[in-house]
Ligand binder design. Structure first.
Ligand SMILES: [Zn+2]
Length: 296
């Protein structure tokens, strides 16, 4: 019987899940990430895999999801916010250590894959998965497989410039200005509310204000929804996905699923739009589950 293991290699924790052939969870475990310690990170990942295999008495396929990507040009990690992984041959080193082929993917791609396999996008041909959290990530799954792209950046929509006119274009850590992420991440929503009202509030507090009928809170969320609609319309015009699945903290805003599709029509080149905007099913578990699904 096939055993799939997925690893979510995050900046603060490393999580492992073992799935049976149908996606049922056999086991799940997590350890703290040895920050700024590359050999320690390798040892922690390998140790988790070995422990799980010993316990379940079977050899597993191993997929790893992480914030960042492997450069197809060099085989080295790039674009990772866990900076001690950047420039390292992570996949090769894990392969040598675990004596098998390892698949490595961006965590947003893993999110999209998990939701496409047995989550909110199940059965759809083309799924765009979006994480609206501390940052904004995106991943593409076409016919059940991650579309990585020749540069390893397919779906990296968070660093496109937000379409439309804005009063200011905030600087992004990537070196550009006005990236989608600077408006649509949690910190982006907070910054926008602060810019207009002078009040520095967490996104959840802004949502509470809006729900209670506060005009400024309502206006901030309305701006957010219009920007999200504009940004997603560009994706729809290019990719024309069946389903867009939202994850990350801001995906818990119920109103997005109704309001954003009302706005996106005006920017989409189609008489009718059948694309569905839906909330994730597996939530925080999607990263680790999607990593396991990197193997068929
Ligand atoms: Zn950027």
């Amino acid at each position: 019987m096939s055993l799939r293991v997925g690893i979510d290699l995050g900046g603060t924790k490393i999580e492992i899940v073992a799935l049976d052939g149908d996606g049922g969870e056999l086991l799940r475990r997590r350890v703290a990430t040895p920050r700024d310690d590359y050999p320690g990170t390798l040892a922690a990942v390998a140790g988790l895999v070995e422990e799980v295999e010993r316990e379940l008495g079977r050899r597993a396929s191993v997929g790893v999801g992480m914030p960042g990507a492997e450069s197809p040009a060099t085989g080295l990690v790039k674009n990772a916010n866990s900076t001690w992984l950047i420039g390292r041959p992570l996949r090769q080193d894990l392969q040598a250590r675990l004596k098998r082929e390892i698949r490595l993917a961006n965590d947003a791609n893993c999110f999209a894959l998990s939701e496409a396999k047995d989550g909110a996008g199940k059965g759809a041909e083309v799924v765009f998965g979006v994480i609206l959290g501390t940052g904004v990530g995106g991943g593409l799954v076409v016919h059940g497989k991650v579309l990585a792209g020749v540069n390893g950046i397919a779906g990296e929509w968070g660093h496109n410039r937000l379409p439309g006119d804005e009063a200011d274009w905030p600087a992004c850590y990537c070196g550009r200005r006005g990236c989608v992420e600077t408006f649509l991440s949690g910190p982006g929503l907070r910054r926008d509310h602060h810019r207009v009202t002078g009040a520095d509030l967490e996104p959840a507090a802004i949502a509470q204000l809006a729900a209670a009928g506060d005009g400024a809170g309502e206006a901030t969320l309305a701006r957010y929804e219009i920007r999200l609609a504009r940004a997603l319309a560009q994706v729809i015009n290019i990719l024309d996905p069946d389903v867009i699945v939202l994850g990350g903290g801001l995906s818990n805003l119920d109103r997005l699923y109704e309001n954003v599709p009302r706005h996106w029509h005006r920017d989409i080149f189609s008489d009718a739009v059948a694309t569905r905007l839906v909330r994730h099913r597996h939530g925080d578990s999607s990263g680790v589950r999607g990593a396991a699904w990197l193997w068929p």
